[in-house]
Write a protein that binds this ligand. Structure first.
Ligand code: TMP
Length: 208
């Protein structure tokens, strides 16, 4: 059965507020909306999340991580995203394949994975092609300062140098603005309430 709901991805660099904004949007939409995240979003994919964000991942290369992010995504789509879309829900995913493009291909400099990326996308996404990708645009300097200011443990991606985060931002912008349909950029450095309001307006427009 085809999907009937609306699938929105919210992505951004470290400290851009994707989690806070995604959860706030879902709250505004009430029971008709579902918050989910990547890596993770289903019980098995959450186990892969632990693996890819653990310090042990530092000994693996970007190709191994690329494969694991796609494996997690496949499970997430099958067990969480598609069932919710079939029920007509608005699914808000905190990160999705836009992050694989930006982190593994651009920031980790593995552009040789590009063809494989599009093949994986075609094979695994099926009907779970997002209706919109919203980029919360925050400069790496502001984002990293925010991430460090939180009382949470930083993962091995958070801890990388500023030029890595600059490449992440470049990759996200490139993917969301030029490679897929439905890309929107929101200035994530505005006051949080404004960012949430603008994001809700975009989601409202996309909901059929
Ligand atoms: P976060 O959910 O706290 O932002 O952590 C997820 C981290 O995983 C973040 O640093 C981005 C990274 N990531 C990738 O490198 N590739 C991916 O495909 C996804 C979904 C996330």
């Amino acid at each position: 059965m085809k999907k009937t709901g609306t699938f929105i991805v919210i992505d951004g660099g470290e400290g851009s507020g994707t989690t806070t904004v995604s959860k706030a949007v879902v709250e505004k939409f009430g029971w008709g909306a579902v918050y989910t995240r990547e890596p993770g979003g289903s019980p098995y994919a959450e186990k892969i999340r632990e693996l890819v964000l653990s310090d042990a991942a530092k000994t693996s290369d970007a190709e191994t991580q690329f494969a694991l992010f796609w494996a997690a995504r496949r499970d997430h789509i099958k067990h969480t995203i598609m069932p919710a879309l079939r029920e007509g829900k608005v699914v808000i995913s905190d990160r999705f394949d836009s992050s694989t493009y930006a982190y593994q291909l651009i920031a980790q400099e593995n552009i040789q994975l590009l063809d494989l990326f599009w093949k994986m996308r075609e094979h695994f996404l099926g009907d779970a092609v997002p209706d919109a990708y919203i980029l919360l645009d925050v400069s790496p300097e502001v984002g990293i300062a925010r991430a460090k200011g939180r009382n949470e443990a930083l993962n091995h991606f958070d801890k990388r140098k500023i030029d890595f985060h600059q490449k992440v931002n470049k990759g996200l912008k490139e993917f969301i603005m030029t490679k897929v349909e439905g890309g929107v950029v929101i200035n994530g450095e505005q006051p949080l309430e404004q960012v949430i309001q603008e994001t809700v307006a975009v989601v409202n427009e996309k909901v059929k």
